[in-house]
Design a protein around this ligand. Structure first.
Ligand code: UGA
Length: 480
């Protein structure tokens, strides 16, 4: 039987809320603190402010009995053995991580320490943050023997955050003292011992009692660098395959075949080799910049990361040019858009390449009709509804009378679309797929002009000869 630990999680964003729900699922007593009163009210009343698979189930399973929500940091942390800091570390003007929230929370925690606590940084932070937190707490008069600061980075992906947490590839614990490491090992014991997976109705995932997640204990600095380096490496993989996709396009090869061939090498691995319109989200863009900044600070030239960022920007421009090459002019053209979030399976639109493309289309005078299964509300806050921008509830309405349909993220739902029906709905049967979701020969077989990234274009006969279409001619052809 695992021992229950009382945990405070400061910050109820993606990382904080998922961690709180999962710690409760592992049997611990959790209090989640946020200074946003409205958010805390929603959480207390049973609401879930983010779209995340299994999160509503876990919260309703444990709310009140194992998870509580509060705005009162002081009383929440006083009773906790471990205090996880999961507040935002946004990008500052210089590209570095803005650590002012972490600093403020550390000072506030210091004022509430009355017995030994382990303060754990879970937010993505640059190397040395651990040292800073320790210094801030000491400066606030807390004796050294009353606390330790540890680092326990999180590797969850939005959309699959709960599964990533409970079925982690690895659990990294950066601790300078055995006392702190021991408490963290105790917290994760239900997972690392396999006990969680043989319990009643565990969240399903790749881990099992026979194959529980390994724990890696490191120095605090190594743990901090592991987090930044992991995200930077994954972003590098994406930019790498995107450049390879551009080579494939020029040479007439298929990037999917190439990615499969590269990925079968176990030293490289098949994941994160999907070419497209580039990476977005609240992590990769920010963390690549922050890690580059860390390198600069310690006198190391990490020019590679500049290149990764440049390629990522360029990829959106290339896609936009592809749309232009299919449509010739933009003003007044109707464009259907599938996908607004930075990837499928989430409502998060931060740094979304899809929204970037939509903004460019609107700027050029297009009329956009967009559908996303979850991100409509959030997108409206950035691009309000207008005579040029309409949000719709299904892909067929998005495609209605459109000059072309763009696929901008990888919701699995898009694979269920009845493309034959869509063909009749579109004004011209042109699909430009920024995420390589569909199969070119199948789309060509259904009569679409189908363009994607790093793969051969499937162009209908009419579209090959005159590079740009004349609407009246096309209507004649459709009738014949
Ligand atoms: C990422 C990491 O994958 C997590 O391990 C990490 O914990 C998290 O950041 C974080 O630091 O909090 P996330 O931002 O949720 O997770 O999204 P990913 O699934 O990694 O995708 C990031 C972007 O890369 C998306 O825009 C996605 O469409 C794009 N991508 C991903 C590609 O273009 N190609 C791929 O092969 C994979």
């Amino acid at each position: 039987m695992s021992e229950q630990v009382s945990i405070a999680v400061v910050g109820s964003g993606y990382v904080g809320l998922v961690a709180a729900a999962c710690f409760a699922e592992m049997g611990h007593r959790v209090i989640c603190v946020d200074n946003d009163e409205a958010k805390v009210r929603v959480l207390r009343e049973g609401g879930v402010p983010i779209h995340e698979e299994y999160l509503p189930e876990l919260l309703s399973r444990h709310r009140r009995n194992l998870v509580e929500f509060t705005t009162d940091l002081r009383s929440a942390t006083q009773d906790a053995q471990a205090i996880f800091i999961a507040v935002g570390t946004p990008q500052s003007k210089t590209g570095s991580a803005d650590l002012s929230y972490v600093d403020a929370v550390a000072s506030e925690i210091a004022r509430s320490i009355n017995s030994y606590k382990v303060i754990v940084e879970k937010s993505t932070v640059p190397v040395y943050t651990n040292e800073w937190i320790r210094r801030v707490i000491e400066r606030n008069g807390v004796p050294r023997e009353l606390f330790d600061v540890a680092s326990n980075p999180e590797f969850l992906r939005e959309g699959t955050a709960v599964v990533d947490f409970l079925h982690a590839d690895r659990i990294v614990i950066g601790a300078a003292t055995e006392r702190a490491a021991e408490l963290l090992r105790r917290i994760y014991e239900p997972l690392t011992s396999g006990a969680y997976y043989r319990g009643q109705s565990p969240v399903p995932g790749p881990r099992s009692e026979a194959d529980p997640p390994p724990i890696l204990q490191t120095s605090t600095k190594a743990a901090e660098i592991i987090k930044h380096a992991s995200n930077a490496f994954l972003a590098t993989k994406i930019s790498f395959i995107n450049i390879v996709a551009n080579i494939c396009e020029a040479a007439g090869a298929d990037v999917e075949e190439v990615a499969r061939g590269i990925g079968m090498d176990t030293r490289i691995g098949p994941k994160f080799l999907r070419a497209g319109i580039g990476y977005g989200g609240s992590c990769f863009p920010k963390d690549v910049a922050a890690f580059r900044h860390v390198a600069e600070q310690v006198g190391v030239d990490f020019g590679l990361l500049h290149e990764v960022e440049r390629i990522n920007e360029e990829q959106k421009v290339r896609f936009f040019q592809k749309v232009r090459s299919a449509l010739w002019t933009f003003r007044g053209k109707k464009i259907g858009v599938l996908g607004l979030a930075f990837k499928g399976g989430t409502d998060d639109i931060r740094e979304s390449p899809a929204l970037d493309i939509v903004k460019r289309l609107l700027h050029e005078g297009c009329i956009v009709r967009a559908f996303d299964p979850a991100a409509e509300q959030r997108s409206k806050e950035v691009i309000p509804e207008s005579s040029q921008m309409e949000y719709v509830q299904d892909p067929y309405t998005a495609a209605q009378d459109a000059d072309a349909l763009l696929i901008l993220n990888d919701w699995k739902d898009f694979l269920e679309i009845d493309f034959k029906r869509l063909h009749h709905t579109l004004r011209y049967p042109i699909i430009i797929d920024g995420r390589n979701l569909l199969d070119p020969p199948t789309m060509a077989g259904m009569g679409f002009t189908y363009l994607s990234v790093g793969r051969a274009n499937s162009v209908q006969p009419l579209d090959t000869i005159p590079t740009y279409f004349l609407p009246r001619e096309r209507e004649n052809i459709k009738r014949s």
